[in-house]
Design a protein around this ligand. Structure first.
Ligand code: DGL
Length: 262
């Protein structure tokens, strides 16, 4: 069990922002990453569609006897995780927009949440706002187009800046001093988001917190990998292997080999 891999997945390459933090914190763990790029983006698909994709990927991981699964996708979390937890025999660690930490950080009392339409409409986000957003104003900003930019490796440049300005400036105009990155693709745009928002604005990326949560969960189950050797990382995609391999190598900042997952 301790040497079993951990499965991490996203609709595409966005979950690499979480995978990087897991690798940084737990380098001895073996990791399997699935980029479901053949079916991305999830953000404007139906709940049924996303649930089916998540079930299929979970079964793939279970066939590899993973010891835990990280759903490195806010959209998948918001519509599919409750269902997966009902039958999946291993712990599932999942994302949610960091509205609670944002409430503790904001001074203006206005927080902007950047996420996909599907995440922002979900019962999960409504619950987070009901629990942690009572005495603050929470502005929900769907960021159509951001996922596609990251999936095509476009992280900078005029077109990126223009789209980020369109999504972020209205939040600043309404007084937001804290921005929550509620989609795992968005940390890859954080340089541009920072440049547009300015140094005074707090930008919350929950990836490192998710890695710590995984560490706690594995420790609770006595399942942390033992020994000093660095674990393997294997990448799979349902999309075009060549394209995804090029983008993952860019985002991972090193050549990786991607295998096809049909
Ligand atoms: N990375 C996913 C998320 O965290 C992106 C969703 C999509 O594919 O639209 O929500």
């Amino acid at each position: 069990m301790v040497n079993a891999p951990i499965g991490v997945f996203d609709s595409g390459v966005g979950g690499l922002s979480v995978l990087k933090e897991i690798y940084r914190l737990l380098p001895q763990e073996s990791l399997l990453y699935v980029a479901d790029s053949g079916f991305a983006p999830y953000g404007d698909k139906s709940c049924d569609y996303i649930q089916q994709r998540c079930e299929q990927i979970t079964r793939f991981f279970l066939a590899y006897s993973v010891k835990a699964i990280v759903v490195a996708c806010n959209t998948a979390t918001s519509v599919a995780v409750d269902g997966l937890r009902q039958w999946c025999p291993v712990p599932i660690i999942a994302m949610e927009p960091a509205i609670k930490p944002a409430r503790l950080q904001t001074k203006s009392g206005v927080v902007g949440v950047l996420a996909t339409t599907q995440t922002l409409c979900s019962a999960n986000v409504n619950r987070l706002i009901a629990e942690h957003g009572k005495d603050i104003q929470v502005l929900l900003q769907p960021c159509k187009g951001f996922v596609e930019l990251v999936e095509s490796g476009q992280l900078q440049g005029e077109a990126v800046t223009e789209l980020v300005r369109q999504r972020v400036l209205p939040l600043l105009a309404q007084g937001a001093d804290t921005l929550v990155l509620g989609c795992t693709h968005y940390p890859f745009l954080s340089q541009v988001i920072r440049a547009v928002a300015g140094e005074e604005v707090t930008i919350i990326d929950p990836s490192a917190a998710i890695a710590r949560q995984l560490q706690r969960k594995l420790a609770e189950h006595d399942a942390l990998a033992q020994g000093e050797s660095v674990g393997d990382i294997r990448f799979y995609t349902t999309g075009s292997v060549d394209l995804v391999q090029a983008i993952i190598s860019q985002l991972w900042a090193g050549e990786v080999r991607v295998e096809a997952l049909s």
